[in-house]
Design a binder for this molecule. Structure first.
Ligand code: PNS
Length: 155
């Protein structure tokens, strides 16, 4: 049983996240999409809202669990029997930081990180840009799942 972990802030989940998690779900027996709770950084959405949005956005994908955690990623991964961490890489700009985290996590517990190339259709997409566009009334319907469009409108 190979369990892959896709961690992130998911504030909110975007079509880019959904694309990566759909593809990861085809490669592994089970995928955990985990919202990382960062006590020192107030998000736009509550963690429970982020989990709800992920649930709805990923309900068509089999073998996916939605969870949240606080603390070290490697400790959470060990507690859930995770075999591998999987991250989407959008562009070279993501690479430095992602490589650093992958190497730190490997040093801490020998867990490996695999990188999946983001679909070019989503390589420009980030939760922070989506929030910004939505805040000023821009159309984000092609960038996030329909339930997220609604939640952003409500916010
Ligand atoms: O979606 P993000 O915010 O780019 O995801 C980054 C995240 C949450 C995956 C990363 O910050 C993380 O793993 N945080 C958990 C705390 C931790 O283990 N920090 C050390 C990482 S080497």
């Amino acid at each position: 049983m190979t369990v892959a972990l896709c961690p992130g802030s998911f504030d909110p989940v975007t079509n880019g996240h959904v694309d990566v998690i759909e593809r990861v779900a085809r490669l592994f027996d089970e995928v955990i999409a985990a919202v990382v709770i960062n006590p020192s950084k107030a998000g736009t959405f509550e963690v429970s809202e982020r989990e709800d949005m992920l649930h709805t956005a990923l309900q068509h994908v089999p073998h996916v669990k939605i969870e949240s955690f606080t603390g070290l990623l490697v400790d959470y991964a060990a507690s859930r029997g995770v075999s591998v961490i999987v991250k989407g890489l959008r562009a070279v700009s993501d690479f430095d930081y992602e490589l650093q985290m992958a190497q730190m996590n490997q040093k801490l517990t020998s867990i490996d990180t695999l990188f999946l190339a983001t679909s070019p259709a989503y390589s420009f997409l980030s939760s922070s840009l989506v929030r910004d566009v939505a805040r000023f009334g821009g159309d984000v319907s092609a960038l996030v799942p329909p339930n997220v469009v609604e939640r952003l409108r409500e916010k």
